[in-house]
Design a protein around this ligand. Sequence first.
Ligand SMILES: CC(C)(COP(=O)(O)OP(=O)(O)OC[C@H]1O[C@@H](n2cnc3c(N)ncnc32)[C@H](O)[C@@H]1OP(=O)(O)O)[C@@H](O)C(=O)NCCC(=O)NCCS
Length: 215
Amino acid sequence: MKTTYQTILDLSPLVRLGDGCLIDAGVLLGYRTGRQIQSEELIIGDNARIRSGTVIYAGTRIGNNFQTGHNVVIREENEIGDDVCIWSNTVLGYGCRLGNRVKLHCNITVGEFTVIEDDVFISANSVLPNDLHPGCAFSRQCMRGPHICRGAQIGVNVTIMPFVTIGERALIGGGSVVTHDIPPRAVAVGNPARVIKSISDLRCLTGLTDKPYPD
Ligand SMILES: CC(C)(COP(=O)(O)OP(=O)(O)OC[C@H]1O[C@@H](n2cnc3c(N)ncnc32)[C@H](O)[C@@H]1OP(=O)(O)O)[C@@H](O)C(=O)NCCC(=O)NCCS
C-alpha cells in the first residue's frame, strides 16, 4: 500500500518512510537538530500512523506499526522498536532506546538517555527525568534517564528519578516518586516509593480473573 502524506510541504530527503504509512497534515518529519549527530536520516518502518501536530526530528530510527497521538515530539538519536504507540502531548528526549510494543500514554516527559524495554506501559502524566543535579557544571556529561525493564507497568502521574532501574514486570502505583531501584515483579507505591508486595499477591477486585498478573 502506498504511503499517504497529507501536507503541502515536500517530504525532506532526510526522511525514509516505509509502505502503508498514513501521515496527517500538520506533521513535521525530519526536523533538524542543532546538535551534532552521526546520521541525519529519519527512518520510519511500514504502516505508521502519525497524527497532526507531531514533530519527529531527523536522526531517529523507528520500526513498523508506529503510532502517535497529536502533538507528540520525538527528538533525534532515538532507537524505537516495532508496534510502539506514543500518545498525545508526550515528549521523548534525544538518545533514548525503546523496545517493541512499548506504550507511552498522554502528557509524558521522557528525559534524554532513557531506556525502556519491550512491553512496558507508562500511564499518563508520568515524568522520567535524567539530570540528578540540575545546573551542575557536569550535568551534560552525566545525564541518564531511568532504565525500565521488560514488561514493567508504570501508573499515572509517576516520577522515576535518574539512574533508577525498574525491574522486569514491576508495577509502580499511581502518584509514586521512585528514588531507588525496584526489584523484578515488585509492587511499589508512595513517595519515596516502597515495595509493598509482589505482583503475584495482587487480586482482582471485580472477579473477572483470579490473578491480574499470572506467573
Ligand atoms: C499499586 C496498586 C496496584 C496497589 O493495588 P492493591 O494492592 O490492590 O491495593 P491495596 O488496596 O491492597 O493497597 C495496599 C496498601 O497500599 C496503599 N496504596 C495502594 N496504592 C497506592 C498508591 N498508588 N500510592 C500510595 N499508596 C497506595 C493502600 O492505601 C494500602 O495501604 P493501607 O494498607 O495502609 O490501607 C494500585 O493501588 C495502583 O496504584 N494501581 C495503578 C493504577 C494506575 O495508575 N493505573 C494507570 C492506568 S489507567
